[in-house]
Ligand binder design. Sequence first.
Ligand SMILES: NC(=O)c1ccc[n+]([C@@H]2O[C@H](COP(=O)([O-])OP(=O)(O)OC[C@H]3O[C@@H](n4cnc5c(N)ncnc54)[C@H](OP(=O)(O)O)[C@@H]3O)[C@@H](O)[C@H]2O)c1
Length: 334
Amino acid sequence: MNVAVLGATGMVGRTFVRLLAGHPWFRLEKLVASERSAGRRYGELVDDSPEEFRDIEVVSLKEFLKDPDVGLVFNALPASLSLEVEERLAEEIPVFTNARAHRYDEDVPILVPEVNPGHLKLIETQREKRGWDGFIVTNPNCSTAVLTVSLAPLMEFGIGRVHVATMQAISGAGFSGLSALAIQDNVVPLIRGEEWKIETESRKILGRLRGEGIEPAPFEVSAIATRVPVLHGHTEAVFIELERGSADEIRGAFESFDPLAKFGLPSYERPLVYTNVPQPRLHRDRGRGFTVTVGRLEGSGSFFKYVVTGHNLVRGAAGGSLLNAELAKRLGYI
Ligand SMILES: NC(=O)c1ccc[n+]([C@@H]2O[C@H](COP(=O)([O-])OP(=O)(O)OC[C@H]3O[C@@H](n4cnc5c(N)ncnc54)[C@H](OP(=O)(O)O)[C@@H]3O)[C@@H](O)[C@H]2O)c1
């Protein structure tokens, strides 16, 4: 199946392109970016482009929209452009997107495939309500993706509340995100909109499919988000209240979490690994960036704490989106 990546020259777009090299199901045919990049070879714009895409000429979004002619679109455009573009494309084509534009629509899933694969059923609702042949599936913001992979195995213990403090990598802000001067030798405890996104998106992801929408998970999620001078890999300190379960049982649940192994998806890696001291530089590339690493689990009674780290551009963005598309294809939605 031929696919396109929109925003192919950005942080997330480059990650899509890298992950699509040699992909057995999806053949990357169109690389789309702004007028600034249009007409140039991808390899000229992106030094470390995979060999097979170096000579593809980048097309502008405007040109692409005139005749998309692909079976599936991965979107890594800024949110401001995505609302209209995604709706227009979804009339005909499945769209898997990193942008937040449609994450909060009632009939659009925020999918983390290991966590809430059943929410893919909303595709049927979208098609029925909106009359589309395609659909939109979003993935969450990067820190929410890492967090929810670690929370999913804990649902069986009855989550009462979640507090999280994030330490997020610079690449999470995109190419033009933060000046070197602001982040060197510093911690910036403000990422606009991020805390609301973590609190809202994680409850939707861990919520229940009810009729034509999702009933959010019934527990409180409270977040503080900080930016730290790490290149890739978001690390999160999580404080959690559980109705039952011991530290040993929780660790066992982390270690046995492997929900999609049976589907044989080309990009699937074990989603969660337990280690003593999770650290972004050491662990972000585990499982080619798809695996999150959990550790430092402590606690007793109903209060526990742990640390989780994961690759923001792979698990938290392009990789998550690619896995979503693979699962949707495997389940017959594409
Ligand atoms: N970075 C992360 O960890 C992360 C994680 C989850 C979600 N996201 C979301 O993913 C999306 C992309 O983020 P990013 O970090 O990759 O951003 P980025 O590095 O700033 O890249 C933006 C991309 O969009 C293209 N673009 C910008 N304006 C355009 C226009 N007017 N017409 C056509 N193309 C245009 C750029 O092309 P040019 O190079 O030609 O300008 C570039 O390819 C955003 O919606 C973001 O919120 C990011």
